[in-house]
Design a protein around this ligand. Structure first.
Ligand SMILES: [Zn+2]
Length: 177
């Protein structure tokens, strides 16, 4: 499944080509991913249901998971849970009280705006842009720090893929990082 072309283009433009949206066949949801590394060559077969290996192969990291509708089964009791719509907050199962961080966001300007709002927290795009264009000493340090951060993320992914997951592995979460 492909996201609407207008949304894909706007996402790519506003993120300077660093973000993409991809349909996860494994989880039946949208995943917004951030380019963090050069594409890799996995040594094993890449299943179209293996999101982590797909990301690793393409050099992307998970940024956000977006459910395609506003309801999903509770992961504990399997009853239907109504998800938060258009905002990032937890939803609670009305039957068993299980909390979930999955959200429903229409693929809209509102979501694009939310993603822009991540910039100040993460500082990623600004640093990348500074790195690409020009840099005085301070900007350069910031860019280097960011590169270290993403390389760390890629290493974590690598450890996962090579069968040596670390305790506390938290890359694949249902929440804006
Ligand atoms: Zn429940």
């Amino acid at each position: 499944m492909e996201a609407p072309e207008g949304f894909r283009r706007a996402l790519e433009a506003q993120s300077l080509g660093k973000l993409r949206i991809r349909w996860s066949k494994a989880l039946s949801e949208w995943q917004i991913e951030e380019r963090v590394a050069k594409p890799q060559t996995p040594t094993k077969f890449v299943s179209e249901f293996d999101d982590r290996t797909i990301r690793f192969r393409d050099g992307f990291a998970l940024l956000l998971r977006i459910r395609p509708g506003d309801r999903m089964p509770c992961k504990r009791c399997k009853r239907t849970v109504k998800l938060a719509v258009g905002e990032f907050r937890e939803s609670t199962c009305g039957v068993c009280g299980e909390r979930t961080k999955a959200v429903y966001f229409p693929l809209s300007d509102m979501l694009l705006e939310y993603i822009r709002g991540l910039d100040p927290q993460r500082g990623g795009y600004a640093r990348l842009q500074a790195d690409l264009n020009y840099a005085d000493g301070h900007e350069k340090r910031e860019a280097a720090k960011f590169r270290d951060e993403i390389q760390h993320g890629v290493r974590e992914e690598f450890h996962y893929l090579t069968g040596a997951p670390r305790v506390g592995y938290t890359k694949d979460v249902t929440w804006p990082l």
